[in-house]
Design a protein around this ligand. Structure first.
Ligand code: ADP
Ligand code: ZN
Length: 579
């Protein structure tokens, strides 16, 4: 939209400029009678060759000779000229205005400049208008742009996490009765194209309330105060309606962590952010307004945004796994003619595709089938579309993740999962996946620790073993030379636990029951003994971890294979494989 507007403006300016140049050159060069010096003109008068002289205030006189020729000469601008001419029987045509061509030229230039100014004003006012009116999608039940959960395939966990918000939007009174506080703000985070906007629209659609949307990037480079007033307008509009979902895409554009080194760097952004926070604290929880915001990176956001009473619910909208991809593919094939498609195979091939890319893929396939006048979309069309879509994206993205890397991730996660089942059977192992997260992990294993107020020594040792399980599996299967950086976070956590055990919990030998932080107040403490003990402990635990995995290598293989196949395994799948 904005692009075409810019183009239009650009083209109009060019046209106006060309007009000026053409116009002036026409008047300046084309229609110019020849000119003669003033002396020649005087000679012509003497020789009685002149019929008429046009006198005006311009710098040139226009002379008409008796044989019909016209020429210009310098205007001496003296008061006696007219008298001299009349004495010589020469007609004098007098006008106080400059010649017509001069007027035309002036008008043309003024007109063209006016056009440019007008167009540029129009452009900015159009822009401003766009910015002031937040898009509002009124959710009428029978309108075909109303979205609901059926417009979104997969993402079951995210959908589950917003169900109570929908309930709340439908019947805020019910929640008010219990004194329950609903989140005012929800942050949806995850890779681009995973359906964050779609989910927010679906919440509005399911609850039957209007949907107002803005994008953080619209606020970049606005005049100070404009962003803040837009935020206030948006809330005013939404409140008038009673219930609403307010959606702010790309919230990081206004809510990025403040950079202390650049103090006072972006007044505008701060004002916009403050306006948003003020508006959010200005409405009552039970009014029926929910603000949903989307970002690709949760860790980039200013902590002021994430505080309780603001955006205090964070929902990950992740890349779809193989079964979710199958659902999305089916959703977009619905209503398109297709025959004998191997949808399962396509779902498998498209690991790391987002919902948006899958939608694009199906659309490309439909275009190809249509170009070929085929009655149906067949596998060959999907194949061609697949090449187009994959080749069309930059090389360094996730569809390009090598099979080898996927393989390593699968074994790494399988290692965690097996250790968890073996040494911490009481913790709930709810999910293992090799779908990367937006935080940069290649995959992850989600365990929910069992409830307990204290963690004893053997529990902590076992937690460390689970953390080391990933690296241990890599080493056992691929060899010591092939271990990867994938264990970065695991090792950080393990180090944290070990060092806390020895330096704070009184669970080690080197310090005994003393606390290192207190000792350091005394100054000059030698920590090399503590370091040695940490290293020894980790080494011992790592060896035990490897031994456990080697004992269960067949399970490791089957779990990894299953992960490569399904990408995400849930509690019951893992249970079947491990028991
Ligand atoms: P985001 O806001 O996360 O960048 P969008 O919600 O704008 O992504 O998704 C872009 C498009 O991708 C949607 O309009 C929809 O066509 C498609 N899409 C993404 N995820 C899904 C999904 N889970 N189910 C169906 N369509 C999806
Ligand atoms: Zn790991």
């Amino acid at each position: 939209m904005i692009k075409t507007k810019k183009n239009k403006f650009f083209i109009s300016s060019i046209i106006a400029l060309i007009l000026i140049i053409l116009g002036s050159s026409y008047f300046i060069f084309n229609d110019k009678p020849s000119s003669k010096s003033y002396n020649e003109f005087l000679k012509d008068i003497e020789n009685n060759k002149i019929l008429r002289v046009s006198l005006n205030k311009s710098s040139k006189l226009t002379i008409l000779t008796k044989d019909g020729a016209e020429y210009l000469t310098d205007n001496p601008n003296n008061t006696t000229l007219k008298e001299d001419l009349l004495k010589n029987n020469i007609e004098v045509k007098e006008s106080n205005t400059p010649p017509l061509k001069d007027i035309m030229l002036t008008l043309l230039i003024i007109g063209s400049l006016g056009t440019i100014v007008f167009l540029s004003l129009k452009k900015t006012s159009l822009g401003a208008k766009n910015m002031l009116s937040a898009d509002s999608f009124e959710a009428h039940k029978d309108e075909n742009f109303s979205f609901n959960f059926s417009s979104m395939a997969g993402n079951e966990e995210a959908k589950e996490s917003v169900k109570d918000i929908i309930e709340f939007l439908k019947t805020p009174e019910k929640y008010a009765k219990y004194g329950a506080r609903m989140p005012k703000g929800v942050i949806l985070y995850g890779e681009p194209g995973t359906g964050k906007t779609l989910l927010a629209k679906a919440v509005a659609g399911e609850a039957g309330v209007p949907f107002y949307a803005l994008s953080g990037s619209d606020f970049v480079q606005l005049y100070v105060g404009v962003g803040a007033s837009r935020i206030r307008n948006l809330f005013k509009k939404a409140k008038k309606n009673g219930k609403a979902v307010i959606f702010i895409d790309e919230i990081d554009a206004i809510g990025k962590k403040r950079d202390n080194s650049k103090a006072g760097g972006s007044d505008e952004r701060d004002q916009t952010l403050n306006a948003l926070l003020t508006e959010m604290s200005g409405f009552n929880e039970n009014e029926g307004i929910v603000v949903m915001a989307a970002t690709n990176r949760l860790d980039m956001l200013d902590s002021a945004l994430l505080r309780p009473g603001r955006f205090d619910r964070h929902i990950e909208v992740s890349l779809p796994d193989v079964s979710a991809r199958e659902k999305i593919i089916n959703l977009y094939l619905e209503g398109k003619p297709h025959k004998d498609l191997d949808i399962k195979d396509l779902a498998k091939k498209t690991s790391y595709f987002s919902g948006a890319k899958l939608e694009n893929l199906i659309n490309e396939a439909a275009i190809i089938a249509c170009k070929e006048s085929s009655d149906y979309i067949y596998d060959i069309h999907l194949d061609k579309a697949f090449s187009i879509v994959v080749a069309g994206y930059e090389k360094v993205n996730k569809e390009g993740i090598k099979e080898e890397d996927k393989n390593i991730t699968a074994y790494h996660e399988a290692g965690h999962a097996i250790l968890s089942k073996l040494v911490l059977p009481e913790d709930k192992l709810s999910k293992v996946t090799i779908i990367p997260t937006s935080k940069g992990a290649g995959g992850y294993t989600l365990t929910i620790p069992h409830d307990s107020s204290y963690q004893n020594l053997s529990y902590l040792h076992n937690r460390i073993k689970v953390l080391l399980g990933g690296r241990a599996a890599e080493e056992i299967i691929f060899g010591k030379n092939k271990i990867t950086t994938g264990a970065y976070n695991d090792l950080k956590q393990a180090t944290n636990i070990i060092s806390s055990m020895i330096t704070s919990y009184g669970m080690g030998e080197s310090l005994g029951l003393l606390s290192l932080s207190e000792l350091q107040n005394l100054g000059g403490i030698n920590t090399s003994e503590v370091l040695d003990e940490c290293k020894d402990t980790v080494y011992k635990l790592y060896e035990e971890t490897k031994a456990l995995l080697i004992e269960n290598e067949d399970v490791l293989h089957s779990l990894a294979k299953s992960l490569l196949d399904k990408e995400t395994l849930y509690e019951e799948d893992i249970y079947k494989l491990v028991s």
